[in-house]
Every structure is written in structure tokens, then in C-alpha cells.
Design a binder for this molecule. Structure first.
Ligand SMILES: Cc1cc2nc3c(=O)[nH]c(=O)nc-3n(C[C@H](O)[C@H](O)[C@H](O)COP(=O)(O)O)c2cc1C
Length: 351
């Protein structure tokens, strides 16, 4: 069979080459960075290559995406001139695959995926938050910027009473902003960067704005049903908890233990607040906000620690929906419990 590599797509050529050398052994490679932090990652482009040269080769590519950064293994080997190749026993296959996740991504998942017991799955602190402008920049990136489309959605809904207008205008506005930003960053040219920014920022901001407008709608509906006082209590408790959870994870470098503790408190609050106030939607919405704030706390901690691929910590956002299922259940139980207690109390009342 002949393949014309000049006519084929680059990706297809790569897949054909990959399939040519099968199966490949895995070099589970451990290295240390200049500060001594250990890194492990698997590499299947691994072999000895000449009988007269005592050496082995490992082929490290770059991370895909706009940044095309070198991998930590290569950076560490260049810096320290040392690495250790471990052969992978079958029983360690899963752990080996876990180490192919960029380091800070493991850090972020640490508290969410309790099954991942990678030792030292924290964002490694490399210096504290140094100066006030750095802290302000960090807070802008992990608090202000993500909140802007939420607030825009909420504000536009209050003005127009239309979810569609709120989400659409926010998507257009933030999409244009993203296009401008990424057109200057892209290695593949300004147009592809602009399209990337428009698509990614536009869609993400539109969805967040929709959540903001939905949240305002929900507050109105709950206030009519439960009264303003109970609604205010349910939402204020949830928002205060979200802020506290964010700060705690930021200052503890995204600690797994703090994350697990906060999640348990979050479940207890869902039960208690919904029982006390009768709120269900408000409790679930604010607890979802708290989970998202926790992801931002871990992400902020990774950024503050100077972890090179800290952006990967954000992948933990995908674990918010499954973690919400127990919140839904506890809030529903709480609401039912509170309702039946109130009903019994009014039955007991004489006259
Ligand atoms: C089984 C397996 C084999 C891999 N082989 C390679 C490889 O040969 N070259 C490469 O650049 N990446 C390879 N990867 C991906 C890297 O392990 C992955 O990009 C990792 O995050 C690099 O980590 P580092 O930044 O700590 O070096 C492989 C991943 C798996 C799961």
C-alpha cells in the first residue's frame, strides 16, 4: 500500500506513522525541576537507536493548542541533564496514564477525584504572592473576569426582561473582546486566533450570561413564593460560602483536604438552608456557584504558585455537574424536611 505524504493531511500522516511502529514500549520517565519537584510522564517514542552508541532516545513533543509549549520532562532534562526511565508493570498501567495528565491538572482534580491518590497532588508553591499588583492581577483573572459575563447577563435581563437578549448581547460583546485578544496571541495567524477567541469566548460568555439572567429570574420567583426575607437569607448564605470557599482554597494552595472539607460543609449547608428557608432552586444555584468558586480558587492557587501549565487546573470545572447531584438530593430532602416540620408545627398550634 502506498501513501502520498505530500497529498495527505498532516494529522493523517502522523497517525499512519504511529501505526507503523506497534506496539511501542513505554518509558515512564521521572525528572526533577530546578527546585527539586518531581515530575513523571509516559513516553512511547522511546528506544535504543544505535549498537555503537550507549544511549536511549525519548521523543517529547509540544503541548497542542495555541501555546505549543515544551513538556515539563524535556524542560527538566535540559535544565538538570538527568532523567530516570522506569518500565511500567501491568498493575501500574492506570497510574502511568494518570501521570500523562499535566501536573497542575492532577492538582485541581485532587480534591474532586478522591480515587486519585497521587502523592503531592498539590499546586507546588514556588514563592508566595509577591506584590500587590500581582495579587490584583490574579484576582482580576480568576474573580473579576469570570464574573463579568454573569453580571452582564443579570444586568441586561433586569433591563430588558429577555434571556435571549441578555445572552446574545453578552456573547457578541465578550466574543469580540476574545477575538481581539487571541488574534494577537495565535501562532497560526491573526485570523485563526480571532475566530478561536470569537467562538470560545462568545459561546462561554453567552452561556455564563444566560446563567446570570436565569439567576435573577430565579430570585424573583423565589421572593414571590417564599417572601423576600427567606429568599435573601438563602442566597446570602450561599454567596458568602462561595466567597469563603474560594479564599480558603486560594490560600491553602488548592489543598485536597480543605477541598473535601468544604464539599462536606456544602452538602450540610444545602440540607440546612433549604430546610430553614424552603428554598430549593436558590440553594442549588448558590452551591453550584460555590463549586465553581472552588475551581477558581484551585486555579488561582496554581497560577499564584507559578506552575507553568496552571491553566490546565481549570479542567476541574467539568467535575462540577457530577458533584452537583448529591447537592440536588440534599437540598430536596432539606426542603421536604423543613416543609413537614412547619406543617406539623402549624397542626400542633391550638385554635
Ligand atoms: C501511553 C502514553 C504514551 C505517550 N507517549 C508520548 C511520547 O512519546 N511523546 C510525547 O511527547 N508525549 C507522549 N505522551 C503524552 C505525555 O505523557 C503528556 O503530554 C504529559 O503530560 C507530558 O508530561 P510533562 O509535561 O510532565 O513532561 C504519552 C502519553 C501516554 C498516556
Amino acid at each position: 500500500m502506498n501513501f502520498d505524504f505530500t497529498a495527505l493531511d498532516r494529522n493523517d500522516c502522523y497517525k499512519l506513522l504511529l501505526g507503523t511502529v506497534m506496539p511501542r514500549p513505554i518509558a515512564w520517565t521521572t525528572t526533577r525541576d530546578e527546585n527539586g519537584a518531581i515530575n513523571a510522564a509516559p513516553f512511547s517514542f522511546f528506544n535504543i537507536f544505535r549498537p555503537d552508541t550507549l544511549g536511549i532516545s525519548i521523543g517529547s513533543g509540544t503541548f497542542s493548542g495555541l501555546s505549543k509549549e515544551f513538556k515539563d520532562t524535556l524542560i527538566n532534562i535540559r535544565a538538570t541533564r538527568e532523567f530516570v526511565v522506569n518500565l511500567v508493570p501491568f498493575c501500574a498501567t492506570q497510574k502511568m496514564v494518570v501521570t500523562s495528565i499535566p501536573f497542575s491538572r492532577v492538582a485541581a482534580l485532587g480534591f474532586l477525584l478522591l480515587s486519585l491518590t497521587c502523592k503531592g497532588a498539590h499546586a507546588q508553591p514556588r514563592g508566595e504572592l509577591e506584590s500587590l499588583p500581582d495579587l490584583l492581577n490574579l484576582l482580576y483573572l480568576v474573580v473579576v473576569e469570570p464574573l463579568l459575563p454573569l453580571l452582564a447577563g443579570a444586568g441586561l435581563f433586569m433591563l430588558t426582561r429577555s434571556h435571549l437578549i441578555a445572552a446574545g448581547l453578552s456573547a457578541l460583546g465578550f466574543g469580540a473582546w476574545g477575538a481581539l485578544y487571541f488574534s494577537r496571541l495565535s501562532l497560526d495567524g491573526p485570523l485563526s486566533g480571532a475566530l478561536y477567541g470569537l467562538g470560545v469566548d462568545g459561546i462561554a460568555s453567552g452561556l455564563v450570561a444566560l446563567a446570570g439572567s436565569g439567576y435573577v429570574h430565579l430570585i424573583g420567583a423565589e421572593a414571590r413564593r417564599l417572601g423576600t426575607e427567606r429568599t435573601a437569607i438563602a442566597h446570602a448564605v450561599g454567596i458568602a460560602f462561595a466567597a469563603m470557599a474560594f479564599i480558603l482554597l486560594l490560600v491553602t494552595h488548592g489543598s485536597d483536604k480543605v477541598g473535601i472539607g468544604l464539599y462536606l460543609v456544602l452538602l450540610a449547608l444545602s440540607l440546612g438552608v433549604s430546610a430553614a428557608t424552603g428554598s430549593f432552586g436558590g440553594v442549588v444555584a448558590t452551591m453550584a456557584l460555590a463549586l465553581i468558586a472552588m475551581v477558581h480558587g484551585v486555579w488561582g492557587a496554581a497560577l499564584a504558585s507559578g506552575v507553568r501549565d496552571a491553566g490546565q487546573a481549570y479542567i476541574a470545572i467539568f467535575y462540577v455537574p457530577p458533584l452537583l447531584a448529591p447537592v440536588l438530593a440534599t437540598a430536596a430532602i432539606g426542603r421536604w424536611l423543613g416543609g413537614s416540620l412547619r406543617a406539623r408545627r402549624s397542626d400542633d398550634r391550638p385554635g
